[in-house]
Design a protein around this ligand. Structure first.
Ligand code: ASP
Ligand code: MG
Length: 307
């Protein structure tokens, strides 16, 4: 079992989704796969921007139109007509469901739980689109809301995960999964004991993917991104940033916790706990070796993991 996480840029363009499909088709020849996806690039930023605006400044209709257009343009680039018609209907239905959240936003200063429900919209719209694109390409796939899997406390915005309830919920879910289907799970979100949506902090999809990998006892987590692996600093901002080929999990955990590697500070915790290697790979250059983050004493070669 392999968990594959695709970030916002990897699911945010037609080229990204096309390579995701190829990667999944190749991967499922050898492994059972579970996908974890972020919101399409720019979507969580837009949602967070509306939350930061003065309440009255948010026009719910304009916000809904923005979300519709962002997803519809991408869907038009990746789905053939019958699948596109189905996704359009689904998108309209989902947006009708979320419209009251955006209306509440414009009416009052958002409460912490309303904020998380709004932030979670991005992943809730992206996972069904990725699942539709996979099905249209002949891969049986279904989206799965992580609120049913990842149990957290009620610290909205930076919810703390209850790993034992999560493990049980994931095990129950796994028992109901068909072995050849590919579930596409929303990253970033969970739910508290009352079923209220929570989020794990910005960039939380990496953490979600690691939690699922641990709960599923996956042998590998692959993190697919738009850069060629992990760097010593953010290559977009720092010209001295160096690519990293291989790293030990505890070192990566320490680096991420201190704000390095461009990953959620807790993303490595489940991997360390479960002794699960992470392979960071580039959606635009899938044959490159990327970065391997391995448990101490791990000897398996990158090439055997890359297949
Ligand atoms: N979409 C969320 C964010 O942008 C989670 C993630 O991308 O990991 O923060
Ligand atoms: Mg994102």
């Amino acid at each position: 079992m392999k968990v594959l996480k695709f970030g916002g840029t990897s699911v945010g363009s037609a080229e990204g989704v096309a390579s995701l499909i190829t990667i999944v088709k190749t991967g499922r020849q050898h492994h059972q796969l579970v996908l974890v996806v972020s919101a399409l690039s720019g979507v969580t930023d837009a949602l967070a921007g509306w939350l930061a605006d003065a309440p009255a400044a948010v026009d719910p209709d304009a916000a809904l139109r923005h979300l519709y257009t962002r997803h519809h343009v991408l869907a038009s680039g990746v789905l053939r007509r019958p699948a596109l018609r189905r996704y359009e209907a689904q998108l309209q239905e989902m947006l009708a469901q979320y419209a009251p959240l955006l209306t509440q936003l414009s009416a009052r200063c958002p409460s912490a739980d309303l904020r998380d429900a709004v932030l979670a919209i991005g992943e809730r719209l992206s996972a069904p689109l990725v699942a539709a694109a996979l099905r249209d390409a002949g891969v049986p796939a279904a989206s799965q809301d992580a609120a049913a899997l990842v149990r957290t406390d009620s610290s909205f915005g930076h919810a703390v995960v209850d790993t034992s309830v999560t493990r049980q919920q994931v095990a129950d879910w796994r028992a109901r999964l068909s072995s050849d289907g590919v579930p596409v799970v929303t990253g970033f979100i969970g739910a508290d004991a009352e079923g209220r949506t929570t989020t794990l902090g910005r960039g939380g999809s990496d953490y979600s993917a690691a939690l699922l990998a641990q709960a599923l006892d996956a042998h590998l987590l692959e993190r697919w991104t738009d850069v060629r692996g992990l760097y010593t600093a953010d290559p977009a901002q720092d010209t001295t940033a160096q690519p990293i080929q291989q790293l030990d999990l505890p070192d990566a955990q320490a680096l991420a916790r201190s704000g390095h590697l461009g990953m959620h500070p807790q993303a490595f915790d489940p991997l360390v706990a479960g002794n699960i290697p992470l392979h960071v790979r580039c959606t635009r250059a899938p044959t490159e070796t990327g970065t391997l983050v391995v448990p101490v004493g791990f000897t398996q070669r990158i090439t055997s993991l890359a297949s």
